[in-house]
Design a protein around this ligand. Structure first.
Ligand code: NAP
Length: 243
C-alpha cells in the first residue's frame, strides 16, 4: 500500500513496486484520473493494482482503506506512508490554528493511523507473517525550513520519531520500519505551497547542483521494503543532493 500515490513520489513508488511484483494499492485523496492512470501504467506493465480514495488523516477512511485491501489484494505486507501536504510559505508567527490542524492530520495522524492498521495485520504478535513499513519524511525534519514552513518541518520531525520508536516496538515481531528523507524533488507539492520554481531556485545551492526525481526516491523506498535490506530498521536514507 502506497498512500498518496496518485502523483509525485507516491506514484513513482507505486509504479516501481508494480514492476517489482507487488500487488499495489494506490491510495489518494481526490485525483481520480491521476490515480487511475497510475493503475493503468502498472497493469500495462503486467502488474496488478487497485486505486482506493481515502483521506489518511481520518480514522474511518483508513479502516475502510485497509479493509478494501484485505478483501481485494490480501492483507498488507508492505506500507509506504507517503501522503503529505504543505501550505503557503510563512513564518511561525503567521501560522493559524486551522492550517496546523489540517497539516498535522495528514502528515502525522495519517502516518500513525496507517501504521497502526499495518501492524495489526503484519505483526507476529497478532498472527501476521511480518512486513515492512517505509515512512516518507523529509530533510526538512533536520533543516527546520525557517521562513518557509516550520510547521511542515516539525511534522516530519514527528515522522522521524515515529520511525525510531515504532521500529524498536515491533522489531521482534517481524516488522522493519525505516524512513526516506527526500529534499527538493520535482513534484507538484511546491506549486501547491505557492512556490512552483522552488526546486530550480534552490538547485544551484545544493552540493549536487540539481533537484531529485521521484524515481530516485522510489529506488530507495523499494530497497527498504525488500529483503535486500533485511537487517536494516529504525534508520533513514536521505535523498537531498548532499544537503
Ligand atoms: P505531491 O506531488 O503533492 O503528491 C501528494 C500525494 O498525496 C497525492 O497523491 C495526494 O492525493 C496525496 N494526499 C494528500 N493528502 C492526502 C490525504 N489526506 N489522504 C490521502 N492522500 C493524500 O507530493 P510529493 O512531493 O510527491 O510528496 C510526497 C511525500 O514526500 C510527502 O510526504 C512529502 O512531504 C514528502 N517530501 C516531498 C519532497 C519534495 O521535494 N517533493 C521533499 C521531501 C519530502 P491527490 O492527488 O488526490 O490530492
Amino acid at each position: 500500500m502506497v498512500t498518496g500515490a496518485s502523483r509525485g513520489i507516491g506514484a513513482a513508488v507505486a509504479r516501481l513496486a508494480g514492476r517489482h511484483g507487488y500487488r499495489v494499492c494506490v491510495n489518494y485523496l481526490s485525483s481520480d484520473e491521476a490515480a487511475a492512470a497510475v493503475v493503468d501504467d502498472i497493469t500495462a506493465a503486467g502488474g496488478e493494482a487497485l486505486a482506493v480514495p481515502a483521506d489518511t488523516g481520518r480514522g474511518a477512511d483508513v479502516e475502510r482503506l485497509f479493509a478494501t485491501v484485505d478483501e481485494r489484494l490480501g492483507p498488507v505486507t508492505a506500507l509506504v506512508n507517503n501522503a503529505g501536504v504543505l501550505f503557503g510559505q510563512c513564518r511561525v508567527d503567521e501560522v493559524d490554528e486551522d492550517r496546523l490542524r489540517e497539516l498535522l492530520a495528514t502528515n502525522v495522524t495519517g502516518y500513525f493511523l496507517c501504521a497502526r492498521q499495518a501492524v495489526l495485520r503484519m505483526s507476529t504478535r497478532y498472527g501476521g507473517a511480518g512486513g515492512a513499513i517505509v515512512n516518507v519524511s523529509s530533510v526538512a525534519a533536520r533543516l527546520g525550513s525557517p521562513g518557509e514552513y516550520v510547521d511542515y518541518a516539525a511534522s516530519k520531525g514527528a515522522v522521524d520519531t515515529l520511525t525510531v520508536g515504532l521500529s524498536r516496538e515491533v522489531a521482534a515481531e517481524g516488522i522493519r520500519v525505516n524512513a526516506v528523507r527526500p529534499g527538493f524533488v520535482h513534484t507538484d507539492i511546491h506549486a501547491r505551497g505557492g512556490d512552483p520554481d522552488r526546486v530550480e531556485r534552490i538547485a544551484p545551492t545544493l552540493p549536487m547542483r540539481r533537484g531529485g526525481t521521484p524515481e530516485e526516491v522510489a529506488e530507495a523506498v523499494l530497497w527498504l521494503l525488500s529483503p535486500r535490506s533485511s537487517y536494516v530498521t529504525g534508520t533513514f536514507v536521505d535523498l537531498a543532493g548532499g544537503r
